[in-house]
Design a protein around this ligand. Structure first.
Ligand code: B12
Ligand code: SF4
Length: 467
């Protein structure tokens, strides 16, 4: 049996090949697949799919931004006689939409059902939907790490330690996908996974490496003897726990991505963020950077409290805090989020073309400006922050946190170059706005309704019984 696992491409990321990291989700699927299956993994951002080859089963990992491409690929493979399974966050949120383009849909995590799905396929009894909520991470086999990216500059691999988030930010899909409860992989398993990976550089994919202080400290202590370097995501409450911060640094943490979300005090108050004032945030940035961890903020533009002043306020904040890199996004109402529902109820969604749900395209009517003004403001901030003169200004900011080190310097440079190229792709034309005309929400049942109406397969025999 031949199996193809695909991560489809999306326009923005094609340019970022140099810092591309293998998709862990597909490597987990590979490890859950019976040994006698011949597996090919293709990340479309790195390598073209060879359509001249035949596959019995094709699994496609699908986010909202890549949904159109996933459906297109699926159609092509199904025409050639392959069966196609869609999984990932978008089919999980909108399974009824996804099944119109596939033979089966995995809702949620694959660990509890993938092996059964493959067996069903072999017996010719493939079901339409598979869903096993919140599998126990201590019983999941190690991901297969033998599908490397040849030309990546960093031999960086993804690592998973926890899933789930206790918060439910209005704009985020994570809690709906992984649940509110934080589930951990035992530290001994994480350590073993690292040892087996043959790498010294990791991206920890968790939404918050500091979310559960007791576990985080145990994890950081477990990583210390391994001599690795890693980057990850954290909440800035990390700055409050000096012991955890120190352990984090000693465990090899080089940089952390922080969902700062906004530099507007009124926007911050509306969110469930640990730090509510700009002063507290600035203090936290200083503490984290003084501890030798680069602070890479993610900032979102377009909250209802934002006026056009937010663009200069954001630049002013970034200059004042001397941050050398940042990720800038426009607010995006992903399906399944409370934000999506609110904007839909208010008639503010202006495009349902999923390929525009990429954090860089305005798909809704902002409250205090036009969509075009938001798009132009977004491009303006991105352009200003990553102009040549700004990049030169960022160098001493970067050196202040990271003493000269080749790999870190390269990462800093690549993030700046990538930031610059993103600015070029921000489309302010608004040609994409369809103002809901083509959209018939009645046809697209969200997950809740699909689960209630259930044609779902009965809870399958767990893969864990074999692990
Ligand atoms: C790490 C990460 C990234 C990294 C990815 C690095 C890498 N190469 O691995 C980077 C920074 C590059 C990134 C980029 C983006 N990301 Co991102 N990212 C994440 C994050 C934090 C973790 C994803 C992950 O790898 N998890 C670990 C793996 C093991 O889990 P998984 O992929 O979900 O796979 C499991 C299941 O989904 C399922 N599954 C997945 N695929 C398939 C396929 C089949 C066939 C089956 C059966 C099952 C299955 O089984 C797997 C095992 O259980 C998630 C948030 C989250 N917690 O999920 C956001 C998230 C996925 N990203 C998101 C977004 C929006 C983006 C960007 C569009 C942002 C941007 N503008 O740049 C880009 C798009 C990238 C692209 N491909 O086009 C959103 C997606 C929302 C949505 N509805 O689509 C999320 C959910 C964050 C959020 N807060 O909303 N991202
Ligand atoms: S934005 Fe971060 S804190 Fe908020 S729900 Fe998503 S993962 Fe959790």
């Amino acid at each position: 049996m031949k199996l193809l696992l695909v991560s489809p491409s999306h326009k923005f990321r094609k340019k970022l090949r140099a810092i591309k990291i293998p998709q862990l989700g597909l490597h987990i699927l590979a490890s859950l697949t019976p040994d006698d299956v011949d597996i090919t993994v293709v990340d479309e951002e790195i390598r073209e799919i060879d359509f001249s080859l035949d596959y019995d089963l094709v699994g496609i990992s699908c986010m909202t931004a890549t949904a159109n491409r996933s459906y297109q690929l699926s159609g092509r493979f199904r025409k050639r006689g392959s069966k196609v399974v869609l999984g990932g966050i978008h089919p999980t949120i909108l399974p009824q939409e996804a099944i119109q383009h596939a033979d089966a849909v995995v809702i949620g995590e694959a660990e509890g059902c993938w092996a059964d799905l493959v067996n069903d396929f072999r017996r010719g009894t493939l079901q339409k939907f598979y869903h096993v909520p919140e599998p126990d991470l201590s019983k999941v086999p190690f991901p297969r790490r033998d599908f490397r990216i040849d030309k990546a500059i960093f031999n960086c691999v993804g690592l998973l330690t926890t899933r789930g988030c206790p918060y439910a930010c209005e704009f985020c899909s994570v809690t709906d996908f992984y649940g509110r409860k934080i589930r951990h992989r035992p530290v001994s398993m994480v350590v073993e996974d690292i040892k087996q990976s043959d790498s010294k550089t990791f991206l920890i994919l968790d939404d918050n490496v500091a979310g559960h202080p007791e576990y985080s400290k145990e994890l950081f202590e477990g990583l210390m003897p391994l001599g690795i370097r890693w980057v990850g995501q954290s909440s800035i409450s990390l700055a409050r726990d000096r012991e955890m911060l120190k352990l984090c640094r000693l465990s090899g943490c080089a940089a952390l991505f922080f969902g700062l979300e906004s530099v507007s005090p009124s926007s911050l108050v509306g969110m469930k963020k640990a730090l509510k004032s700009i002063e507290e945030t600035e203090e936290a940035i200083k503490i984290i950077q003084d501890n030798g961890i680069a602070f890479h903020p993610s900032i979102i533009l377009g909250f209802d409290t934002d006026t056009k002043a937010i663009f200069d306020d954001t630049l002013e904040f970034l200059g004042r805090t001397k941050l050398p890199t940042m990720a800038l996004q426009v607010l995006t109402p992903y399906p399944g989020t409370r934000l999506y529902q609110r904007f839909k109820d208010q008639g503010r969604i202006i495009s349902h073309d999923w390929s525009h749900y990429d954090h860089h395209t305005v798909v809704f009517q902002p409250k205090n400006m036009t969509p075009q003004e938001l798009a132009e403001g977004h491009r303006y901030v991105q352009n200003e922050f990553y102009s040549f003169s700004s990049i030169l200004r960022h160098i001493p900011y970067f050196l202040r946190v990271s003493p000269i080190n080749l790999k870190r310097s390269l990462l800093f440079l690549l993030l700046n170059i990538a930031g610059k190229s993103v600015a070029k792709y921000i489309d302010t034309s608004l040609d994409w706005a369809d103002n809901n005309e083509k959209w018939d929400s009645q046809k697209i049942l969200p997950r809740d309704k699909v689960l209630k109406g259930s044609s779902l397969s009965p809870s399958p025999v767990s893969v864990f019984e074999r692990a």
